[in-house]
Structure formats: structure tokens, C-alpha cells
Design a protein around this ligand. Structure first.
Ligand code: GLC
Length: 434
């Protein structure tokens, strides 16, 4: 009796046992299959960038993904104003666990992002020899203390565009000085059918600061000396630069709406034939010269105007790649960065969109020169471009300058009062107001 009931019990439990085993096998199989499927799924590497640029970089991203099926690049389209993109990155990093594996970084962001610990030091991944081909200033922009945080992708510098046909029509040479730019504008506005003399970037944003950097240097002054943290905003050159901006609007050389312009707005006016001169970055060349552009074949570019006893100055701009400190995929992120910054893809990108390379050799590359003969001269402009101050408080001092420049050019303050206030606030932020 005892035995039989034991066997029955055992019988039952055998059945149970096999059911349990079966369940275990099925579960393990499902888990393994899941892992296998995940391993086959590409890893996504994501970054945020200005929408116009995302459209242009899609071709390279597609090429990379075709060659690297284990990685998917996700480019998130952001606003077209550079510092609006910076604000979005900052918020995402502040919230922790940023969704972005890569920081597609303006040339001025690194001290802040590196100091906050949001970026991976890339020093182990690139040697000095690897960096030797890059423009020095572009490399320097990636250095913070002993680390290196940003691989340069493309450089940038502000230039003066002009209409060759209109200058010919009135029999003038391209202007060298501020005064010549104003005089030539007035002549062309009088004697040709062009509406405006000079368009530039006057919205309260980072682009306004880059315009100012060129003007202040053209008057022989400076914004912030990065070594001493001396602030030059209340010195005569900075006040003259602000007066110039305000003056061209007041004299009807620039449209009143220029105080709301970013790069694309100035380009639209110039390309539609509404302006004789434009301050913009080299990329505007390809756009204004494309087939079907009303001004195609009738434009040229040169270094910015300056005062008679000074040199022309271009503000250094440009973009590059950093890697987030918290990305779960640092290896894959690095493969993406390596691809975009290598000579072939960089060359394809800059020749298609008239961007300025960060690699020196591309300025004299015959295939690049066949498309852009002006690049041979641009190398010198790139090597002497004026950087914005690489200080950890850059976003704050830029914001101060933007606010006061905007107040001056929209007639809320005199240039002098605006620059004095901007200088005072900047000194307080930099801790040099003692
Ligand atoms: C361009 C420059 C960048 C600059 C921005 C301002 O994108 O490359 O450095 O900050 O313009 O609008």
C-alpha cells in the first residue's frame, strides 16, 4: 500500500518534472533566441544637430550604415541656431543619461561640456601624429586641461560676399575698409536695382557674436583675452563695432529686419538678388551659386572689411564630434566619429556643400581645388581666424554679449551704455571685477 501510493506520487511528480524541464528548455531557448536576435540588431548611435546640416550629412550617414550594418546612425534634427542646439544638449546632459551618444559640437562648447564631465576623453584613441593634419585651432578647440574631447569635422570662418556684376556696373573695386563698404553699398543702392547694401546676422543668438568678433578685431580690439581674462568690451574698438552694426541699419544699408536674421535669412536675401554684400560662412557659396540661383556666377567672396590701419579678421567657427561619457556604446560611437573625420568622407562632404575642411591637406587637394579654386587662399584665412575665447563660462559671456548687442542695434540702449553694461556683467561672470 505504502509502496503503491509512493509510486503514484512519484509517477505524478515525474510528469511534473518533465513539464518543468520542458518549460525550462523552452524559456532558455527563448532567451538565447532573444539574445541572438538582439546581437543581429544594429546598435543605434544618436546625435542632435542643426536641421540644415542633418539634411546635408545624411548622405555620409547612409554610406557609413551601408558599410557598417551593425550600426545605425540616428541624426536628430534640431533648431538652426547653433546655441539653441547647445541648450538642448545641455538640458539632456543635466537630466542625466543623455539620449545622445555623440555631441556634435560647435567649436566653442568643449570647455563647458568637458568640465561638467559629460564627455569621454579621446586622448587614447588619437595620437598627435593623427592630429597633425588638422588645423591647429580646430584641434586646440578640443583640448580641455589634459584631455582631448572633440575630433574636428569641418572648420568655418566668416567672409564677405559681394556681387561682382553690381560692382562692375558702378565701376567700383571690392571694398577693403568699413567706410568703403558703406560707400559702395550706398552707390549700388542708388544706381542699381538692388534693395539693400549689406546683410548679416543680427538676431540675438551666437551668430550675432561671431559677426561682432570680426568687427571688433577689424577695429583693432578684442572681446575677452583668454590668457588674462581681460574684457575689452568697454574699449573704443568694441563700441565702434557696435556703432557700425547700429549705423548700417540706421542708414538703410541693412534692412531693419536684419536684427532677426540668422545665416539662412541673410543668404535668402543675397541669393534672391536683394543685397549687394553679405557676411556669411563659406557654405553660402555653394547655395548662392547653385544652378537656378538668381545670382549664380555673379558672386565672389573675400576677407571681411576692417578699419584702414587694421587687418581683416574672420571669426573661427566649425563643428566636430565628442563622445558622451555615459553612452553604452563607446566603441560604436568612435567608429562613427572616425568615419566622419577621416579624409575621404570629409572631402566628399566639403566638396558637395562648400564647407571648409578641418584637414589641411584638403585645402590644396587638386580635386577640391577643381571645384573651389578659392580654397588655396582660404587656408591662410583659416590659420589666422580669430577664435572666440575658450573659457568655461563661454555660454554665459556669449549670452551677455548677445543681449547687449541686441539692445544696442534695436535702439534700446546706446552702443556705449550697452558695451559698458556688457563689460561689467562679463567681468563678474569671469570673476575679474575686483
Ligand atoms: C556656424 C559656425 C559656428 C558658429 C555658428 C553661429 O555654424 O560654424 O562656429 O557658432 O555659425 O551661428
Amino acid at each position: 500500500m505504502r509502496n503503491r501510493s509512493f509510486l503514484r506520487w512519484l509517477n505524478l511528480s515525474r510528469k511534473r518534472l518533465s513539464l518543468i524541464l520542458l518549460a525550462l528548455v523552452v524559456t532558455a531557448g527563448a532567451l538565447l533566441f532573444g539574445a541572438y536576435v538582439r546581437a543581429q540588431q544594429p546598435v543605434t548611435i544618436s546625435f542632435l544637430l542643426r536641421a540644415v546640416e542633418a539634411d546635408q550629412m545624411q548622405g555620409l550617414a547612409d554610406q557609413f550604415m551601408a558599410e557598417n550594418p551593425d550600426i545605425r546612425i540616428e541624426m536628430v534634427r534640431g533648431p538652426n541656431a547653433a546655441d539653441a542646439v547647445e541648450n538642448l544638449y545641455t538640458t539632456s546632459f543635466l537630466l542625466g543619461d543623455s539620449p545622445y551618444d555623440i555631441l556634435f559640437s560647435d567649436v566653442v562648447w568643449i570647455p563647458k561640456f568637458a568640465a561638467a564631465g559629460w564627455l569621454t576623453d579621446l586622448s587614447d584613441r588619437v595620437s598627435e601624429a593623427d592630429l597633425a593634419d588638422f588645423l591647429e585651432a580646430d584641434v586646440a578647440a578640443g583640448v580641455y586641461q589634459d584631455g582631448f574631447y572633440r575630433m574636428p569635422f569641418r572648420s568655418d570662418m566668416g567672409m564677405l560676399y559681394y556681387r561682382t556684376d553690381l560692382l562692375d556696373q558702378v565701376g567700383l573695386q571690392p571694398p577693403e575698409t568699413f567706410g568703403e563698404l558703406i560707400a559702395a553699398s550706398e552707390t549700388m543702392q542708388d544706381q542699381t536695382d538692388v534693395n539693400w547694401g549689406f546683410v548679416w546676422q543680427g538676431l540675438q543668438y551666437e551668430g550675432l557674436v561671431t559677426n561682432f568678433v570680426e568687427l571688433v578685431a577689424g577695429y583693432g580690439g578684442f572681446w575677452i583675452d583668454p590668457d588674462t581674462l581681460e574684457v575689452g568690451l568697454d574699449q573704443p574698438a568694441a563700441i565702434q563695432a557696435t556703432e557700425f552694426m547700429k549705423g548700417v541699419i540706421a542708414q538703410g544699408i541693412s534692412p531693419p529686419g536684419v536684427t532677426n536674421y540668422i545665416e539662412e535669412d541673410a543668404l535668402r536675401q543675397f541669393e534672391n538678388g536683394n543685397a549687394a554684400f553679405m557676411r556669411n560662412w563659406p557654405y553660402a557659396w555653394a547655395e548662392a551659386n547653385r544652378d537656378g540661383s538668381p545670382v549664380a556666377g555673379n558672386i565672389a567672396l573675400k576677407p571681411m572689411v576692417h578699419s584702414a590701419d587694421e587687418q581683416p579678421a574672420a571669426c573661427l567657427g566649425g563643428w566636430g564630434f565628442g563622445i558622451s561619457a555615459t553612452t553604452p556604446h563607446p566603441e560604436e560611437a568612435w567608429r562613427v566619429v572616425e568615419f566622419f573625420t577621416s579624409p575621404g568622407p570629409m572631402k566628399d562632404f566639403i566638396t558637395e556643400f562648400a564647407y571648409v575642411p578641418s584637414r589641411r591637406a584638403l585645402f590644396t587637394d587638386p580635386e577640391v581645388l577643381a571645384v573651389f579654386p578659392q580654397y588655396e587662399q582660404l587656408l591662410e584665412v583659416a590659420e589666422t581666424a580669430v577664435p572666440r575665447p575658450p573659457v568655461g563660462q563661454y555660454a554665459q559671456v556669449s549670452d551677455i554679449l548677445q543681449r547687449y548687442l541686441s539692445a544696442a542695434i534695436t535702439d534700446q540702449m546706446t552702443p556705449e551704455a550697452a558695451m559698458q553694461a556688457a563689460a561689467g556683467e562679463s567681468r563678474r561672470v569671469l570673476g575679474v571685477d575686483g
